[in-house]
Design a protein around this ligand. Structure first.
Ligand code: GLU
Ligand code: ZN
Length: 483
């Protein structure tokens, strides 16, 4: 069997973690089996559609760096891959079901339908939804009403009795009573637009989709889809419903829990490799005792059997940890390239690549997010804003002593060889002893003067990067600031 899977987003919002997880699992499955991964845009809900969301979809996957083999932008043998370009096909097939006695025209107007809904709500009726009023209309009567210009939708005949069974490769056999399936759902609206159910089934069939892998929230739609496949006389694809992604509190992952759109993660300075690796692990395992994988490795290791049935919990801290790990794996040059857009965003207009490259070893260990880089590195490019005086004063010492220490350091620094960090540090230790203070107490005001903060990347390396002249100037400036 040819393996063909699809990611079928509705462009009604920005790409979020859940969607990307679905896409990624489909992609990995296709790659692990030598199959084809398809992108299909399900843009039948025109009220919530926006071209912005389509743009966001492409940008997101460009950034993540994995791609489909067939899709709207690249075409393919089963196109078009945008549902709004396939309306004729849906109408034809809805009408085919009517001709086969599996669907029927319904002429009920909105007024009648809302009256039914209101009555059901009032009685607390167990019967919910459409009352199948038009199911018994003689085809010849329906045809006459259509011919006279009356508006109608096409509804699917859900069997009145019995059950619908299907197999989910992950969850096992699932059985629904037909009476629990939505009574006769609309397939084609009166304006000729298909509903999700019709378009989804027709497309999965004609695009020769072998496996439908989608989130578990779609399980309630599956019986209806199975009934439709049977009505058409088509073989349904295999179904694999993926575990849900929840927040720490056990509810469906949403904005309340933190960033959910991939855009936000990107802006916050996550690396695509880290995000991909973390998302792949939501409800799926790859190899025991190992955390870090490249996309290529995930492709080789993916197995449906390694998917979990239970929901996955999105752990922002774990992802942060992953991000730090991936940052550390980058070369200095790669990091410079990654960090530059964030520096530009923060207003660093001209930054010297050589300085950036030399600065990377100083910050990489402390960098959890690319977006932290500008703040962390600012002092290497601009004079730091000096904090309040107290920040300069070591414990048990006073401002006068801090001023003396800064003056001493400024006088002493030019005699140090900053090209040799170890030697410079040894020299400063000796200087501290001569001054009768602890080494740490000498370095504290120096650190604040040079970097603007008590916590900073390695100090001697920073002074080496700035050079003696600029370092001394900062020490002098801090001294004046305290005086
Ligand atoms: N358009 C649906 C969605 O937005 C597709 C669901 C499916 O994969 O069948 O997720
Ligand atoms: Zn009706």
């Amino acid at each position: 069997m040819d393996i063909r899977v699809r990611y079928a987003p509705s462009p009604t919002g920005n790409q979020h973690i859940g969607g990307v997880r679905t896409a990624l699992i489909n992609y990995l499955f296709a790659r692990s089996k030598g199959g084809v991964f398809i992108l299909r845009l399900e843009d039948t809900d025109q009220t919530r559609y926006s071209g912005e969301y389509v743009k966001n979809l492409y940008e997101t996957f460009d950034w993540l760096g994995f791609r489909w083999d067939e899709g709207p932008d690249i075409g393919g043998p089963a196109g078009p891959y945008v549902q709004s370009e396939r309306f004729a096909l849906y109408r034809e097939h809805a009408e085919k079901l009517v001709a086969m006695g599996q669907a029927y025209y319904c002429f009920c107007d909105e007024e009648r339908l809302s009256t039914i809904r209101a009555a059901q709500a009032k009685d607390d009726s167990s019967e919910m939804g459409y009352d199948r009023h038009c199911r018994g209309l003689e085809p010849i009567v329906a045809a006459a009403r259509l011919a006279s210009g009356e508006k109608a939708v096409i509804r699917l005949k859900i069997p009145l009795e019995g059950t619908t069974k299907f197999h989910d490769a992950l969850l096992g056999d699932i059985e629904w009573k037909n009476e629990d399936v939505s009574p006769d759902p609309v397939l084609l609206k009166s304006d000729g637009f298909p509903t999700y159910h019709l378009a989804n089934v027709v497309d999965d069939h004609f695009m020769r989709i072998s496996h439908v892998m989608r989130a578990q929230e779609w399980i309630p739609s599956a019986p209806m889809h199975m009934i439709m496949y049977k009505a058409f006389g088509w073989t349904p694809p295999e179904l694999i419903h993926l575990p849900m992604v929840l927040g720490q509190d056990g509810s469906k992952l949403s904005k309340r829990h933190g960033a959910t759109s991939v855009n936000e993660f990107r802006k916050n300075g996550y690396l695509p490799d880290a995000l991909i690796n973390y998302i792949a692990h939501l409800g799926c395992s790859f190899e025991e005792g190992r955390d870090i994988f490249t996309l290529g490795e995930l492709e080789g290791l993916f197995k449906v059997e390694k998917l979990n049935k239970a929901p996955a919990v999105f752990d922002y801290q774990k992802l942060e940890w992953y991000n730090g790990q991936y940052i550390r794996m980058k070369s200095d040059a790669e990091l410079v390239a990654l960090v530059k857009p964030f520096l530009a965003e923060a207003g660093f207009v001209s930054t010297n690549d050589a300085v950036l490259l030399a600065a990377m070893p100083l910050v990489r260990e402390r960098l959890h997010f690319l977006k932290d880089a500008p703040d962390m590195m600012r002092y290497l490019f601009k004079e730091p804003t000096l904090p309040a005086k107290e920040e300069f004063i070591p414990k048990k010492l006073d401002v006068g002593r801090a001023i003396e220490l800064l003056a001493a350091a400024a006088a002493f620094l030019p005699s140090c060889d900053l090209a040799n960090i170890e030697a410079a540090e040894t020299a400063f230790r000796a200087e501290a002893e001569r001054l009768g203070v602890k080494f740490g107490d000498l370095m504290m005001p120096v650190r604040v003067a040079i970097t603007g903060s008590r916590v900073s990347p390695p100090l001697f390396e920073s002074m080496a990067l700035l050079g003696v002249e600029r370092s001394v100037a900062r020490l002098e400036k801090a001294r004046a600031h305290l005086s």
